[in-house]
Design a protein around this ligand. Structure first.
Ligand code: URA
Length: 310
C-alpha cells in the first residue's frame, strides 16, 4: 500500500469514491457594476439561455458523459519530498486570516477617466493587451512586482481557469501556477486530458503579486479586472473554472462562501462559470479533492452540453 493509500485509510476515506452526478442547482449571473447600471435586453436573453442550458445539464443522463471513475488518484498531490514548499504555499494562500476576509465586491463609481481606460482595454488585441499588462503602473503593486503574470495557454481554448494572484514563484517566473499549487493544478488538468501548453488557458484576477501574498485590495482588483475581462472576451472559452474563494467572490461579485458557490453554474459575461477550491487549499485538505473532482466533472458536463448544442 502506498503512502497516500495509507494516509487515506487512516482518515477513513476509501481509495475509491463512487461516481456521483455533479449537482447543478441554479444559474446566477454575476452582476457587473455596469450591468446593474445599464441592464441591456441582450443580457436578459443570455441569462434565460443559460438557465435553459443549465436545465439541460441537469437532465444529462450520466451514461451520456464519459466520466472517469472518481478515485483518490485522479490527480496526485505533489510528493512529500516538497513538504516545505507545500507548507509555504498553503501558508501563503490559505491562512485563517485570509479565509476570514471576504473579497469585497467592487461597485466602482463610473468616472470618465476610468471608463476611458476600461474601453481602451476592451478593444485591445492580444499583443497590445500583453504589452499593456507588462507596462501597467495603475496600482501600487507595480512597485513591488518582479514580473507581471499575464497568463499562459491556448488562446483559443474551450477551458479557462482563473486563479487569484501570482505568488512568489509566479512573480519570479512570470507564469501563473508554477509552484506546488501549480503542480497539483497540472495534475488536476491532466486527469481531464488538459494541459496548459495545449488546450486550456490559465490566468489570474491580479496580474501582479500582492506583497507577502496578502489578499488583493478592492482597488487592485478594480484596476486589473478589465485585463482579465478582455482575456476572456478574446478567448471566448466555453467554460471558466474559478479557483478559490477570492477569485470566485471577485469575479462573481459575491460574498457567498465558496462551499455555497460550488455546485452551481454561474455566468460571467454570458460564459458558464464553475467554482472550485484553490489548489493551495487542496494541498492541505486532501479530503476535499473528491469535491474538486466533482466540480471539474460539472465543468466538463457544462462544456459537453455546450458542444452538443453548437
Ligand atoms: N495562486 C494563484 O491563485 N495564482 C497563481 O498563479 C499562483 C498561486
Amino acid at each position: 500500500m502506498n503512502r497516500r493509500a495509507m494516509f487515506l485509510e487512516v482518515l477513513g476515506i476509501p481509495a475509491e469514491w463512487v461516481p456521483r452526478k455533479a449537482p447543478v442547482t441554479a444559474v446566477a449571473e454575476a452582476p457587473l457594476a455596469e450591468t446593474i447600471v445599464m441592464a441591456e435586453a441582450s443580457e436578459v436573453v443570455k441569462v434565460a439561455a443559460m438557465a435553459e442550458a443549465a436545465e439541460s445539464v441537469k437532465s444529462v443522463d450520466s451514461t451520456e458523459v464519459a466520466t472517469p471513475p472518481m478515485t483518490a488518484d485522479n490527480f496526485d498531490t505533489p510528493d512529500a519530498g516538497d513538504a516545505a514548499e507545500i507548507a509555504e504555499t498553503v501558508e501563503a494562500f490559505d491562512t485563517p486570516a485570509r479565509a476570514a476576509a471576504p473579497a469585497v465586491p467592487i461597485l466602482r463609481q463610473s468616472n470618465p477617466e476610468q471608463d476611458g481606460r476600461d474601453a481602451a482595454i476592451a478593444a485591445m488585441d492580444w499583443p497590445t493587451l500583453a504589452a499593456s499588462v507588462a507596462g501597467c503602473t495603475d496600482c501600487g503593486l507595480c512597485a513591488t512586482r518582479t514580473n507581471t503574470v499575464f497568463g499562459v495557454g491556448d488562446q483559443r481554448a474551450e477551458w479557462m481557469l482563473v486563479g487569484e494572484a501570482p505568488g512568489e514563484n509566479e512573480d519570479l517566473q512570470g507564469e501563473p501556477f508554477v509552484g506546488q499549487a501549480g503542480k497539483l493544478l497540472d495534475n488536476m488538468l491532466a486527469a481531464l486530458g488538459l494541459a496548459r501548453d495545449r488546450n486550456v488557458y490559465i490566468a489570474n484576477v491580479l496580474k501582479c503579486r500582492p506583497p507577502g501574498n496578502r489578499n488583493p485590495e478592492p482597488d487592485e482588483v478594480a484596476q486589473c479586472e478589465p485585463y482579465l475581462k478582455r482575456q476572456i472576451a478574446l478567448i471566448k472559452p466555453k467554460v471558466i473554472v474559478v479557483l478559490g474563494r477570492f477569485a470566485a467572490q471577485s469575479l462573481l461579485r459575491s460574498t457567498t462562501p465558496i462551499g455555497k458557490l460550488r455546485g452551481t453554474v454561474h455566468t460571467y459575461e454570458g460564459i458558464p462559470v464553475v467554482v472550485t477550491y484553490h489548489p493551495a487549499y487542496l494541498l492541505r485538505t486532501l479530503t476535499d479533492k473528491a469535491r474538486a473532482w466533482e466540480d471539474l466533472c460539472l465543468a466538463r458536463e457544462v462544456l459537453n452540453r455546450a458542444g452538443a448544442q453548437a
